[in-house]
Design a protein around this ligand. Sequence first.
Ligand SMILES: Nc1ncnc2c1ncn2[C@@H]1O[C@H](COP(=O)(O)OP(=O)(O)O)[C@@H](O)[C@H]1O
Ligand SMILES: [Mg+2]
Length: 269
Amino acid sequence: MPTIEFENVTKIYDENTVALDDVSFTISEGEFVILLGPSGAGKSTMLRVLNGLTDPTEGTVRIGNREIQGNRSEVGMVFQEHYLIESKTAFGNALSGALSRNGLLRSALGMHAEPDKVTALEALQTVGLLDEAAQRAESMSGGQKQRVGIARALVQEPEIVLADEPVASLDPKAARDVMRYLKKAATAQDLTTVTSLHQVNIAREFGDRFLGIRDGEVIFDGDADDLTMDEMDRIYYGEAQGGKTVPTGSPSDDLGGDADAAADGGGRA
Ligand SMILES: Nc1ncnc2c1ncn2[C@@H]1O[C@H](COP(=O)(O)OP(=O)(O)O)[C@@H](O)[C@H]1O
Ligand SMILES: [Mg+2]
């Protein structure tokens, strides 16, 4: 049974911007799916529609056979920016993931049930940060913060985890670490996961299935073996480049001439 279903989904922001163009696909429970595509292809829009943050202009999105309406607590989000509370500990930040389940008032009063605290510690253990539970976010590295962000999403006890460029601002080693923990969490909890990434070489290591998005359309759907150099060229450049320009190096040159992606690839470790 599909966990996620896009049926003829179109998203038009204004007359001139068709961000998603009649997109249909299904994702099964427990799949680890990576969205690839150049900047502006529609990856973030796809994730936002999936999370109920944005309504499709046409078509239907279902999660577990229920049509999406509004923001969904069964969907956990991990963003490029971690949005942690810097002065709070890793534990406090992870625990805040219980907010959507417990209601704002109880969370604001710090009235967390013991099971939530156990869940938060388990989530920190899943992302390899149990020893750092009492450390404030402000003293953590970019990679550690992103792992706390994953822990926070896990504490929400979601059915689905969506991650929009979760490692775009990390160096390749930290990026791999974060992806390894995300994959580990997804496998351990049998989560359905959809992640957008522009570091193709890192994506290849972790994805079970890849959706290639270009100009608002899904133009590739397959596994790592199907994702040949020609297919990557088609996704990123619209046509085969004879293998010359395939992104394989560090995040900053993963997209060759794509200036936006190169800018994303830099930044803090
Ligand atoms: N809030 C918005 N308002 C208007 N246009 C938008 C908005 N968000 C994205 N777009 C446009 O929709 C298209 C797809 O963007 P996006 O989903 O962010 O792509 P990606 O994440 O693949 O870079 C782009 O042309 C972008 O400029
Ligand atoms: Mg995006």
